[in-house]
Design a protein around this ligand. Structure first.
Ligand SMILES: *[C@@H]1O[C@H](CO)[C@@H](O)[C@H](O)[C@H]1NC(C)=O
Ligand SMILES: *[C@@H]1O[C@H](CO)[C@@H](O)[C@H](O)[C@H]1NC(C)=O
Ligand SMILES: *[C@@H]1O[C@H](CO)[C@@H](O)[C@H](O)[C@H]1NC(C)=O
Length: 384
């Protein structure tokens, strides 16, 4: 006898929960600012499973289309001039999004956003000095000015309507956590291309976001040899592959042409680098089109948040900008390792005042001054 679809989904959802909540990878997955959300996961999701026994018959349907195969030339050059290596990898390239520095689709995005309720902006998307594309001041911007005002109708959240409602219902019915839910949502909407309401947004997203998810094991081992980020990057990759494995067992619901390792790497890469947590919306996470074009600078201390009075996502400038200057926000006081892990870049050497390393040290019980040293450590808030 074939297991019913509901049973399968129940299994899928419980596996996803295991992967995302079971072994404590959540703290890895969601940056420390999201620790609170993870607590909510643990307390509200697991019990919810016990009363999910209604046998609703749900089915999903996706339009299918071929994935293109491209040959990418990747070259890795090291500081040792004699040891430049070149590798050729055959890799599936996702058929949506654009080049990370492309401005072609950016103007379509801006047009669509204005038609969809984004108020007139003092910034525009341009090629920039720091990075590939960014928001650049078009007018004089004062210090202390509120910018953006992206209305909630333009956010992508766990509650966004699915173009393919059956798929969304199934995942929601089993309380799949926000991250895998959003990753699946993005792939599903992207695969619908023009018929998704997000098609202008998705075609302006990078086809390959900067992300450690695209590094090979050899690259992680080599370039992050002495860094604690190496373990965390491997764990993230393992989690993404784990999510994919579960979906790939059910090709009827999640066809492999659409839900595969490349598309999951893409969607998680997009989430890691662009998802924002909005403290004034009870810490809910959202993709905020337009606002996510702002790059990070270690020199500013202004964050995106929902502004209740203007009912939109804003930030308040902490410095003035002249027309033509790139405008920045802060992605948080993160070490270079954490910036690399989530956003795939490292600020210029010596420019990050929040850079830090963790130094695990131990104290021997046999140490003559064990008690005194322990006391001294405790006094300074360190555990032994
Ligand atoms: C660079 O690589 C070559 C060959 O692998 C090696 O002989 C040489 O010692 C290396 N030089 C440095 C500075 O690491
Ligand atoms: C985005 O740009 C690509 C070329 O990079 C083009 O084929 C596609 O039609 C554009 N999409 C939109 C929505 O303008
Ligand atoms: C953001 O800025 C960093 C440098 O601080 C740069 O390496 C990166 O490419 C930029 N990202 C984008 C998407 O432009």
């Amino acid at each position: 006898m074939q297991p019913s679809k509901t049973t399968i989904i129940h299994f899928i959802a419980s596996q996803i929960l295991f992967i995302f909540c079971g072994i404590n990878p959540l703290t890895v997955f969601l940056c420390e600012a999201m620790a609170e959300a993870s607590r909510i996961f643990h307390t509200t999701l697991l019990p919810a499973f016990s009363h999910l026994h209604n046998n609703r018959n749900s089915h999903t349907s996706f339009t299918t289309f071929p994935l293109k195969r491209h040959v990418l030339q990747c070259s890795v050059s090291t500081t040792n001039e004699t040891a430049t290596t070149k590798t050729t990898v055959t890799q599936k390239v996702i058929p949506w999004g654009c080049d990370i520095d492309s401005l072609e689709n950016a103007s379509d995005l801006q047009k669509w956003l204005s038609e969809s309720g984004l108020p007139p902006q003092k910034m525009g998307i341009q090629k920039v000095e720091v990075g590939e594309r960014g928001l650049v001041a078009l007018k004089n911007i004062r210090k202390g000015e509120k910018l953006l005002f992206v209305p909630p109708s333009l956010f992508i959240t766990a509650d966004s309507e699915w173009s393919c409602p059956e798929a969304g219902e199934v995942l929601k019915q089993y309380s799949v956590p926000d991250w895998p839910l959003l990753a699946t949502y993005l792939i599903s909407e992207a695969s619908l291309q023009r018929s998704s309401r997000w098609s202008n947004y998705i075609s302006a997203l990078p086809r390959q976001p900067y992300s450690l998810l695209y590094w090979t094991r050899a690259e992680l081992d080599r370039y992050l040899e002495a860094s604690q980020i190496r373990e965390r990057a491997i764990e993230r990759i393992t989690n993404v592959i784990g999510t994919l494995r579960i979906f790939s067992k059910y090709p009827d619901l999640f066809p492999e042409e659409i839900f595969n390792i490349e598309t999951f790497k893409w969607s998680f890469g997009i989430l890691f680098s662009r998802l924002v947590r909005l403290p004034s919306m009870d810490g809910r996470v959202a993709l905020v089109p337009w606002a996510d074009m702002l790059n990070h600078s270690c020199e500013v201390e202004t964050f995106l948040d929902y502004d209740k009075s203007s009912q939109g996502v804003v930030f308040t400038t902490d410095q003035p900008y002249q027309p033509g200057e790139q405008v920045f926000i802060s992605y948080g006081k993160k070490s270079n390792g954490e910036l690399l892990l989530s956003y795939g870049f490292v600020p210029k050497e010596g420019t990050n005042p929040s850079d830090s390393v963790e130094l695990p040290l131990s104290l021997k019980k046999s140490d003559k001054c064990y008690k005194e040293k322990l006391e001294a450590l405790r006094k300074h808030g360190l555990s032994a």
